[in-house]
Design a protein. Structure first.
Length: 175
């Protein structure tokens, strides 16, 4: 899933009226495929709520394994790759969906499924059209070949990839 040949540009997957992905269960990842310098120059601070609603400061760092061709931004699992991709992108919603907080507090998400969209809007707080950043700078990969004990295997694969690839937008605070 991390080989450059497995990573598809988001704008190519959105070409036309349908999304060029299968409606199958799987594990997926979003990748930053634009120059890394642009991502590292973005807002890399986020304030999450921890135990007892205590603020927790987190800094997104360049901590991805060297064997990855691109920085991984988010890893997830789903029962339908096409639908879940759509929920992350929200391509029918133009403009910003999340107001940038001047002190980097994590905004209330538009929905429970838009982690990629929220993350891009957070790290690029002045972007008026975050969908354009997503289309031009984000890649997507997935796998659906979980034949035996698929629910358990997708669960373990998602956890393994989050722990190995260290995606920024999977970080949440402990409660």
């Amino acid at each position: 899933m991390h080989a450059p040949t497995s990573i598809h540009r988001v704008d190519q997957l959105l070409a036309g009226s349908t999304i060029a992905l299968p409606p199958l269960p799987g594990v997926y990842a979003f990748w930053w495929i634009a120059p890394r310098e642009k991502l590292m120059a973005a807002n890399r601070q986020v304030v999450l709520l921890g135990p007892g609603q205590t603020p927790v400061n987190v800094e997104y760092r360049d901590w991805w394994p060297q064997e990855l061709a691109y920085p991984c931004l988010y890893v997830g699992k789903t029962t339908n790759v096409r639908t879940r991709f759509s929920q992350h992108i929200l391509r029918s919603k133009e403009g910003r969906l999340h107001k940038a907080h001047p002190e980097n507090w994590k905004a209330k998400p538009h929905n429970t499924s838009c982690q990629l969209r929220f993350g891009i809007e957070h790290v690029f707080p002045t972007a008026k059209e975050p969908l354009e950043i997503i289309k031009a700078s984000i890649g997507f990969s997935f796998r659906t070949d979980f034949a035996d004990n698929a629910v358990a295997e997708r669960f373990f694969e998602e956890d393994r990839l989050v722990g190995t690839w260290r995606p920024w937008f999977n970080i949440d605070s402990e409660r």
